[in-house]
Design a protein around this ligand. Structure first.
Ligand code: PMP
Length: 312
C-alpha cells in the first residue's frame, strides 16, 4: 500500500458548473432592489456552454449514439464549439465545427489549441449559414458523426434545468424575483426559467435579444429574423427586451472598470437588461448570467474608451 490516499481521480469535467454568483454593487445600488450575476467564465472551457455541451455528450453516450470512432460535429458561434473541443479532448473524441468566418480570432485560436477542426461559413449568412453547412455534412454520412444539434436538443436546456437553476435558487435561499437572460439557442433561458418557475411560480422571466439583425452580440440571436431554435418557446417569457450592441459595449467597459468583472459582450447586454428591469420595479432580487469573459473580445475596439467613470 502506498502512503497516498487519493479518493477519486479528479477530471476537469467535474469542474463544470457551480460557478460564482456575485452581487453588482457599484454600477447599481439600491436599498430595495438587488442584482446578482452568475459568472459563467469560471467553467473550465470559459463559458456557460460547458454545461449543455457536457450534457449533450453524456446523453449521446448513454443512448449509444456517440462512441469512439465518431466525430462530434455542430454549428456554433464559438463557445459551444470550445466546450465540445475541451470535452472532446478530455474524453478522446474528434471534433469538427462550422462557424461564420467572422467569429473572433481568439475563439478560432482556442479551438485550434484544443485540436478541433473547423469549417468557416459566409459571415453574411450568420449562424444560420453554419447550421446549413453542418446539416449537409451530416446528411452525407450520418454514420461517421455525432451531431448534437444544440438548437433542437433537449439536453441543452435540461443542463440548465438541472444545474444552473438549482445553483441560483439554493445560493439565494429562494430569494429570487426576476431572472434575466439573453437568447442564443435559448437553452439558458428555457432551462433555468422553467426550473425557477417550478420552484416559485411568481418569478418573472425576462429574455432579451439584439435590437437588430446586424448586431455584434456574439452568441445571441435576433429571433424575428433568424432561424428559430426548436427548443425555444417564446411563451415562457413574461417580457422580451431588445438591447443594442453599443450599449452592451459601453457596459462591458463599465463592468471591468467599476466592478472588476472582465466580462464578454453578451454579459454587458445582460447587465443592461438587468438594469432596465431594476429601474421598473420597486423591490426585488434580479438574477442574470454572464455567459463568458472578456478575454475572447480583446481585439475589439470598444475597450479604448477613455471615459472617466464613477459610481452612480
Ligand atoms: N452569450 C454567449 C457569449 C454565448 O456564447 C451564448 C451561447 N450561444 C449565449 C450568450 C446564449 O446562450 P444560449 O445558447 O443558452 O441561449
Amino acid at each position: 500500500m502506498s502512503g497516498l490516499v487519493v479518493e477519486q481521480k479528479k477530471s476537469v469535467l467535474q469542474r463544470i458548473g457551480n460557478t460564482p454568483l456575485v452581487e453588482i454593487s457599484r454600477i447599481f445600488r439600491s436599498d430595495r432592489v438587488r442584482i446578482f450575476a452568475k459568472l459563467e467564465w469560471f467553467n473550465p472551457g470559459g463559458s456557460v456552454k460547458d454545461r449543455p455541451a457536457y450534457n449533450m455528450i453524456r446523453t449521446g453516450e448513454e443512448s449509444g449514439q456517440l462512441h469512439h470512432g465518431k466525430t462530434i460535429i455542430d454549428s456554433t458561434s464559438g463557445n459551444t464549439g470550445i466546450a465540445y473541443a475541451m470535452i472532446g479532448a478530455a474524453k478522446g473524441y474528434r471534433v469538427l465545427l462550422a462557424m461564420p468566418a467572422n467569429a473572433s480570432v481568439e475563439r478560432k485560436q482556442i479551438l485550434r489549441s484544443y485540436g478541433a477542426q473547423f469549417l468557416l461559413t459566409d459571415p453574411l449568412e450568420g449562424s444560420d449559414g453554419a447550421i446549413v453547412a453542418i446539416r449537409e455534412l451530416y446528411q452525407k454520412s450520418p454514420e461517421n458523426y455525432f451531431y448534437p444539434d444544440q438548437y433542437s436538443n433537449d439536453a441543452n436546456w435540461k443542463a440548465h434545468y438541472h444545474s444552473t437553476a438549482p445553483e441560483i435558487y439554493e445560493e439565494l435561499h429562494g430569494e429570487v424575483t426576476h431572472f434575466v437572460a439573453g437568447l442564443g439557442t435559448s437553452g439558458t433561458f428555457m432551462g433555468t426559467g422553467r426550473r425557477l418557475r417550478e420552484y416559485d411560480a411568481s418569478i418573472q422571466l425576462i429574455s432579451f435579444i439584439p435590437d437588430s439583425p446586424f448586431h455584434g452580440l456574439e452568441g445571441l440571436k435576433h429571433m424575428p429574423t433568424a432561424m428559430v431554435p426548436h427548443i425555444y418557446d417564446p411563451a415562457l417569457a413574461d417580457e422580451r427586451l431588445e438591447i443594442s450592441t453599443e450599449e452592451a459595449h459601453r457596459m462591458v467597459v463599465r463592468l471591468a472598470r467599476e466592478e472588476g468583472l472582465f466580462a464578454g459582450v453578451s454579459s454587458g447586454a445582460a447587465m443592461v437588461a438587468a438594469l432596465q428591469v431594476a429601474r421598473n420595479i420597486h423591490k426585488g432580487t434580479i438574477v442574470t448570467l454572464f455567459p463568458d469573459g472578456g478575454d475572447k473580445y480583446l481585439s475589439e475596439e470598444f475597450w479604448e474608451s477613455k471615459e472617466v467613470v464613477g459610481g452612480s
